[in-house]
Design a protein around this ligand. Sequence first.
Ligand code: CP3
Length: 353
Amino acid sequence: MAQAPGESHDHQADKPVLAVLHGQRLDPPPVWMMRQAGRYLPEYRALRADRGSFLNLVYDSDAAAEITLQPLRRFAELDAAILFSDILIVPFAMGQNLTFIAGEGPRLTPPLSHAALDQLTPFPARLEPIYATVAKVKAQLDPSRTLLGFAGSPWTVATYMVAGQGSREQAETRLFSYRDSGPMSALIDRIVTITIEYLAGQIEAGADAVQLFDSWSGSLAPKEFERWVIAPTAAIVAALGASHPGVPIIGFPKGAGGKLGAYARETGIDAIGLDETVDPVWADRELPAGMPVQGNLDPLLLLAGTDDLEHGVGDILRALSGRPHIFNLGHGISKETPIAHVERLMALVKGQQ
Ligand code: CP3
C-alpha cells in the first residue's frame, strides 16, 4: 500500500491487530507468529552466518530492522511485525554480561545467586540501539501492519539473572526468593523500573503495542505467582497506562494454566496470549468477556504439518470466534519448521483453503 506524503495511517482502523487489541472482532482474525523472525527462515540464517553472532545482529539496527521485516516480505498474510531483539537485553543494560553459547543458550555473568545487584554497573545506553531498530522498522512498515515491541516479564527475566542461564523448573530463583525475599524483591523492583522505561522508549520510537513475555510463569506456586508475576505486571501496566494511554499491552503468561483468570483480572493487561496447553473453549469461558485473546496453535503441530493442522486451526478459530482474537502459535515457531507449512497455516487462517 503506497502512503501519500503527509498522510497519516496510524489510526487503528487501518491495522487489524491493533483494532482487535482495542476490542474489535474480525473474521478472519489477524495473524502473527511468536519468533516469526528467526532461524526457520533461510534469509535469516544467511544474514546470521554473515554477521557472526546473534548479538551482533541485535546491535546493528539496520540488520535488526531487516530481520524484523523478513517474515512479512515472505508471508503476505502476516498482520504484525515483532521487533527483532531479545528479552535478555534488559539484564545486559542492568550490567550483567551477556553471551549466547552455541547449542547451550544464553549466559549472564555474574549470576545474582553469587553477586549482589549493587555490584552491577548499569549501561542504559545498551537500550538505545533497540529504539533505533523500532524507528527503522516503522519507517518501512506497511501502514496496515502493526508494529509490536516487547520485553520479558520481571519474573522470567529474574530467573535468567539469578541462575545466569536457563534453568530447570527455575529452581535456583524460586529457592533464592523463598530463602530471603528481600534481594528478590529489590531485583524485581529494579526490573520493573527499567522495563517501564524500555517499553516507553519502544512506544516513543514507533511501537503500536507491546507484549510482555512471561515464559516461566508456570513454575510458581499460587502465592508466589501473585507476588512475582501479577504484582510486577500490574505495576508495569499501570505506569505505561498513565504515561502512554491507549497503547495496548499483551501479556503472555506461559504455563499459567488455572491462574490465567486471576492474571487477566488483576494485572490490568489489555489482551492475553494463550500457550498451546490451554483449551481455547475453557479460556473463552474463564476470561473476562470481550478481552482480546491471542493464540494458540501448538508450534509442533505446525512443524509436523499433518492433516491435523487443519483441524487444530479450525478448533481454535471456532472456540474464539465470539471474542476479539489474534491468531498465533502457543509459543515460538520451531527452527526446523518447513516454510511450506507456514504457507499452509496462513492460507488456513485466512480461509483460502
Ligand atoms: O518473536 C520474535 O520473533 C521476536 C524476537 C525474540 C527473540 N527472543 C529472538 C531470538 C523474542 C520475543 C525473544 C524472547 C525470548 N528470548 C524469550 C521469551 C519467549 C520464549 O521464547 O520463551 C526467552 C526465554 C529468551 C531467551 C533466549 N534468547 C533463549 C533461551 C534463546 C535461545 C538460545 C539458543 O542458543 O538457542 C535466545 C536467542 C534468540 N532470541 C534467538 C532469536 C531469533 C536465536 C538466535 C540465533 O541463534 O540466531
